[in-house]
Design a protein around this ligand. Structure first.
Ligand SMILES: [Zn+2]
Length: 500
């Protein structure tokens, strides 16, 4: 097998048809992919890490097998109201009010922190990261088209999507499998109809109250777009009226993605997305993550260990590896024990990668390129099967056993076989699974710092012993060479101290 990529028979589970389908892009060799990004009013947590890592794996795999991918992941910085509802305060405006900041300061601050957490998790930046506030005109155009098509109405300066009318012509609930009666029943329990015609209708444009700071002029009122508009408007702008993949967390299926489908069909007369993909949710010790359970742990807290539920800090790669060890459509339960098991598993991979460099090949080795090619094929087959990363990882673990026995001279491999094996291991672990190529990444900053300080103290201890034995050559050498490396060593009456 050459190292040039070949497009593979990838199967993905389409939430719309509820079955695995062979992935066939709209345009040969190219993939358009849209994933709902964060609402930037707080630090990213595991609920953000899972879709980011799931679709990062898809992004990496599609590119690896030869597609040119345009990956759009948005930043929601306006229009997402509390409780995902049509009434209530804007999540970002609320945070801005509480912290006495400009809404854009809040959005920028948490966007930066989100991107930093993603970088630490080895998540590649998307091709385009559009902001909802940067696409108000496109959202207004979408609202106007829906009005023109007769599927929306104005009420007191706000525009609402007429779900009842849409449902009479098309089917509302096609993605979530709900019928309109279910939706009616569910929404009746929430708030009153207010200015809507029907409880099930949702806002496309909201008139801003006088105290509302995030507002834009429009033909209907000074106001702001409804939350669901941005993804339809920005997906269309950057990926076209029809595109391949739309992803996000399972919780977004209803109402967000259901509303996106209705908006697209109402505005353009046809659906926009061919494959809907959803990652399952994350629980913490069997419970839903939520502020009320006191189990709401942000990514920076995982990385620092600064949360009462955490026994220690967990390196970003441990979190990434943990998420990849479950299939994206199954639920994942986070707990200290499970994370520590994941840490051990990651160490096994790193150890095997290090052992690869110790193997001496033999011309008449028992293992050849065939062994590596078969390993690669098994890994490809796992990922072709709806991104089955746990199965792919189990094949890599099996290979770790072989690598260790090769390093221990219990088996032999040819030079070509070894080169090929190294390529397969590096490609799947680093490039496709996105594990960062550093054994040090398995440790935390704190643990590295501790090991480093311990090593210097050990050197100074050896120097003190040399001095005591009047071995001046050794003690001077330790001091001088540490100085050359940038360490300043001072002798005090309590012993030697150092700084960089
Ligand atoms: Zn969205």
């Amino acid at each position: 097998m050459s190292e040039t990529s070949i497009i593979r028979p990838l199967q993905v589970y389409n939430s719309l048809t509820r079955r695995k389908e062979r992935f066939r892009p709209l345009h040969e060799g190219r993939v358009g992919m849209y994933v709902c990004g964060p609402t930037v009013y707080g630090d990213a947590h595991l609920g953000h890490a899972r879709p980011a890592i799931t679709f990062d794996l898809l992004f990496r795999y599609l590119q690896h097998i030869g597609y040119k991918v345009r990956y759009v992941r948005n930043i929601t910085d306006v229009g997402h109201l509390e409780h995902d509802a049509d009434e209530g305060e804007d999540k970002i405006a609320k945070k801005a009010r509480l912290e006495q900041l400009e809404p854009m300061e809040v959005a920028q601050y948490y966007t930066n922190r989100f991107n930093e957490a993603m970088r630490q998790l080895g998540v590649l930046p998307p091709s385009i990261e559009p902001h909802a506030t940067g696409h108000i005109i496109e959202q207004q155009q979408l609202v106007q088209q829906i009005l023109d098509a007769g599927y929306a109405y104005e009420s007191n300066g706000s525009i609402y999507f007429d779900v009842e009318k849409y449902n009479a012509d098309h089917r509302y609930g096609i993605l979530s499998g709900r019928n309109i009666e279910d939706v009616r029943d569910a929404s009746r329990e929430l708030d009153g109809v207010g200015e809507k015609r029907h409880q099930v209708d949702f806002a496309l444009w909201k008139k801003a109250q006088p105290e509302h700071i995030m507002r834009w002029p429009s033909p209907w009122s000074d106001g702001f777009p409804g939350w669901h508009c941005e993804c339809t408007a920005m997906g269309r702008k950057y990926l076209g009226e029809e595109f391949d993949i739309h992803g996000g967390g399972l919780a977004l299926i209803f109402p967000h993605h259901e509303c996106e489908i209705a908006q697209a069909v109402a505005a353009m007369g046809h659906p926009m997305v061919r494959y809907w993909m959803h990652n399952n949710m994350i629980t913490i010790e069997g419970k839903k993550m939520g502020k009320s359970y006191n189990n709401f742990i942000t990514l920076p807290q995982f990385f620092s260990g600064d949360h009462e539920k955490l026994e220690k800090a967990y390196a970003p790669m441990v979190i990434r590896f943990f998420i990849l060890r479950a299939h994206y459509r199954s639920t994942v339960d986070f707990g200290n024990e499970a994370l520590q098991a994941s840490e051990k598993g990651l160490e096994r991979l790193y150890d095997a990668l290090a052992a690869l460099d110790r193997i001496t090949p033999e011309t008449a080795g028992a293992l050849t390129e065939t062994y590596a090619d078969e390993l690669a094929e098994r890994c490809y087959e796992a990922l072709d099967d709806d991104l089955n990363s746990p199965v792919c990882i189990s094949h890599l673990f099996e290979a770790c056993r072989t690598i260790n026995s090769l390093a221990d001279h219990k088996q032999t491999i040819t030079p070509e076989g070894l080169e090929r094996l190294r390529w397969v291991m590096h490609t799947f672990i680093y490039d496709i699974l996105g594990i960062q190529p550093s054994a040090a990444a398995a440790g935390t900053d704190e643990s590295r710092e501790k090991a480093f300080s311990g090593a210097i103290d050990l050197l100074l201890d050896l120097r003190a012993k040399a001095k005591a034995a009047k071995d001046w050559a050794t003690s001077d050498r330790i001091r001088d060479e540490l100085a050359a490396l940038g360490f300043e060593v001072k002798d005090t009456k309590d012993g030697a101290v150092w700084k960089i």
